[in-house]
Design a protein around this ligand. Structure first.
Ligand code: ARG
Length: 479
């Protein structure tokens, strides 16, 4: 057992208690953030005259060495320490002696862990944002390529009206675009530095919190020390945004699974993204899509779990909050993995244009357009709706589509029909006449594709200022 707080105790901690309390097994994940935070803290302490320049140099060099050794695999983060904070401090003291004991001046693990978690979440927001940008790029490519790939649009999973693959993909573009927006909202709200809040009530040392905040790329310091150590809103917000990302991915997966089924065959998932069956030799299963759909529950679980953990916690820090880490880290890794895998699957997927075209051509997806045709010839819409209902009944009976009816058959149901009905109910007309912005018609789709394209160019790295390049930051801090 290696802990920072033995002074007031007369007995050793029970081993089970020690293990139950320790967090190093998971908080070692933010070792970099912890050390960068410490480096900023030490620089600030020296600027304020709380540490000497010499002590500062010694500590910075010491932490720099530990960071490098951990990164290069020369120093293992030993689980004999209670948490990552204790590990760094203990190794530092071991390596540089007395000066190392001053690292924790004017700081508590409560503001330290709040800082580490914020730095970690901020970096992961940046990483996730980049993955979403890549996914949007893939979706846009498909949109550009399939502006005239006709397919049925569904409501209630029943064929409704014809659309294009570009239009269908465009719906997902909007979803992931909003997801990125949510990430940048979170960043804007969370990017204030809690370090200097101490255990809960600030400190009597003359800390320069603005300076620490600036060194670590925050907009400024947080304004209430009690809230600083007990705020995990940004974690909940990220879990919520990630739950929405998973919900979007899951719906997309569900469609791909349906489209990939033998009955539909709209798409073929690439061999590299499919798996087989141990017993049925013919099988090629969409396991990746199913797994992404399945992992959605895990991310929702993390959100509900943390909301529940936080709901009864009085101010300020309480140990319950240590429970924020494992589930959040797991959720972040899960979502990042899912976006990446999903993107790869989508990129390599083949679209069966003919199957989609044929499917759009049957199932009366053009029935609304047949009614609109009558309306254009002066028939009131409600009557037109009834007439086309009769056409559908007739076709169902004969097992044909609207475009396969003869003009005589049309005229027998309503004399208003003329030769131009065939053009009016063709897939091409049904789609390309829909020209309001947001509709699938080629011309309106082109406008939307242009907007999506310029958004992607302008927001290549929309959170690039938050995504700390560790080596740049590290060099800045170690000077
Ligand atoms: N491991 C703790 C956590 O994750 C760090 C803060 C501990 N603070 C304390 N007073 N015990 O929340």
């Amino acid at each position: 057992m290696a802990q920072l707080w033995g002074g007031r105790f007369t007995k050793e901690t029970d081993q089970l208690v020690y293990n139950f309390n320790a967090s190093i097994e998971f908080d070692k994940k933010f070792y970099r953030q912890d050390m960068l935070g410490s480096m900023a803290h030490v620089k600030m302490l020296a600027k304020q005259g709380i540490l000497t320049e010499e002590e500062k140099e010694k500590i910075l060099k010491g932490i720099e060495g530990i960071l490098e050794d951990v990164e290069k695999g020369r120093l293992e983060i030993s689980e004999k320490y209670e948490d990552i904070h204790s590990f760094v401090e203990a190794v530092l003291i071991e390596r540089i002696g007395e000066a190392g004991k001053k690292l924790h001046t004017g700081r508590s693990r409560n503001d330290q862990v709040a800082l580490d978690m914020k730095l970690y979440i901020r970096d992961e927001i940046g990483a996730l944002d980049e993955l979403l940008q890549e996914l949007l790029e893939t979706i846009l490519e498909i949109m550009k390529e399939h502006i005239d790939t006709f397919m049925p649009g569904f409501t209630h999973l029943q064929k409704a009206q014809p659309i294009t693959l570009a239009h269908h993909m465009g719906a997902y573009f909007e979803m992931f675009f909003r997801d990125r927006g949510r990430l940048s909202d979170i960043y804007r709200r969370m990017n204030y530095c809690p370090l200097g809040a101490g255990a809960l009530a600030g400190t009597t040392y003359p800390l320069d919190r603005e300076y620490t905040a600036e060194l670590l790329g925050f907009f400024g310091p947080t304004l209430n020390s009690m809230d600083s150590v007990s705020d995990r809103d940004y974690v909940i917000e990220l879990l919520s945004a990630m739950s929405t990302i998973m919900m979007h991915l899951s719906r997309f997966c569900e469609e791909i699974i349906i489209w990939n089924s033998n009955e539909y065959r709209f798409v073929e998932i690439d061999d590299t993204y499919s798996t087989g069956s141990s017993i049925m030799p013919q099988k090629k299963n969409p396991d990746i899509a199913e797994l992404v759909r399945g992992k959605t529950g895990r991310v929702y679980g993390a959100l509900v779990s943390l909301l529940t953990t936080m709901k009864g916690i009085p101010l300020a820090y309480n140990k319950d909050m240590q429970e924020d880490k494992e589930l959040t880290f797991d959720a972040i890794d899960t979502v990042k993995g899912c976006v990446k895998l999903f993107n790869g699957m989508l990129k390599t997927m083949q679209f069966n244009k003919e199957r989609m075209y044929d499917s759009a051509g049957n199932g009366f997806t053009n029935a609304t357009d047949a009614a609109d045709y009558l309306v254009n010839k002066g028939v009131p819409f409600r009557d037109a709706h009834g007439i086309v209902g009769q056409l559908v009944l007739f076709c169902l009976d004969k097992k044909i589509s609207l475009s396969e009816m003869t003009l005589e058959e049309y005229k027998a149901i309503s004399p208003v029909f003329e030769e131009d009905i065939y053009e009016a109910v063709s897939l091409e007309t049904c789609v390309n006449k829909r020209l309001t912005i947001g509709a699938p018609g080629q011309e309106s789709m082109k406008k939307v594709i242009n907007i999506c394209e310029s958004y992607l160019v302008e927001n290549k790295k929309c959170l690039s200022n938050t995504y700390i390049d560790y080596w740049v930051e590290y060099n800045k801090l170690s000077k």
